[in-house]
Design a binder for this molecule. Sequence first.
Ligand SMILES: Cc1ncc(COP(=O)(O)O)c(C=O)c1O
Length: 401
Amino acid sequence: MNIKQIEDKHFMRTYKRTNLVVKKAKNQFIWDDKGRKYLDFFAGISVCNLGHCNDKVLKAVKLQLDNFAHVSNLYYAPAQVKLGEELVKRAFPKARVFLANSGAEANECAIKIARKWGYLNPSKLGNRYEIICFNNSFHGRTMATMAATGQKKFHNYLKPLQEKFVFADFNDIDSIKKLINNRTVAVMIEPVQGEGGIIPAEKRFLKDLRVLCDKNNLLLIFDEIQCGIGRTGKFYAFESFGVKPDIVTMAKSLANGLPLGAVVAGKKCADAFTYGDHGSTFGGNPVSCAAALAVSKMMTAKFLYNSSKISDYLRKKLEVLKNKYSIIKEVRGVGLILGIDLTINGKDIVNYCLEKRLIINCTHDTVLRLLPSLIITKKDVDCAMKILEEALKWQEKILKK
Ligand SMILES: Cc1ncc(COP(=O)(O)O)c(C=O)c1O
């Protein structure tokens, strides 16, 4: 049996994989089992922001592994403590951090903080526990984060869902106002909706949302799991929007390929948890933390500026394609989280590009999703755009037949 047949026989059918069998990956490239080289414009769903097997990350990981991999959160692990300090310093003063393993876990933790804070800060009716989320959002695959996800397609077989998540329309402040009541405790939002089709929040909307949360004494939670850690051109996505949340969650690219999640809570709710309220055996694994520290060290202002320049270059090329090919409705995104909204399903274009050794993805059926590592060059962009244009031309030709 080959690898695909073995997987098909033994694995639950949760992932619809492509044919690519990965042998090796380095920087912005992947090699398959036949030695063919691919240009990666997906970075493992926004995970390897510094490229695959980044030398400095690798060095930090190896060093930590030589010392210890795990000791439990009952003892101090220096890499973990240093990372926590770094994430807090980069976020807001007087914040506190919790380290988890994944995005869903980071969001679960944020939801728990909000509930605890609502318990400590009740309204005249008592506890506050209701969280306003958004239509089209995605917050993870655990029961609570699925309930917080504003896409009905995920909900059907999970019912009864965890209660008290309600949904407003993205970029529509009035729809939020209508949902606020004596039980509301927080608003949770992705600054750029990822799985929902790469939809950035409007700056004005986020600014109004901050004011609305302050006026009603609500926590503002930013889920930066897909759009954080440099992807928008700043370390935290909230820096690109000029709006500070009370809680920010991150994961994916935090440790550039090793599992790690984090929640940073600002001074309003930093002390909501007390001993015993939350925990995780593997959360903040020292090896992942060593990797994340190396990531943070490399994400200097100069590095992030350079990635913004490449984003501008890529964006211009995409606009040219948009003007040339009528199947492109819109190009949108921030920094290097970019979506190409099509009039058709994007699946065939993704497969065409893969055949030609370019890795991209499609989300929300019609949106081609580009999440390259932040180290790509102009040459990489030119190469990717050549293949993408071929694919678009091919699709338009088929449609005209
Ligand atoms: C915005 C957002 N939140 C949460 C998650 C869940 O993260 P994880 O898969 O690490 O649990 C994702 C994953 O795609 C995401 O994009």
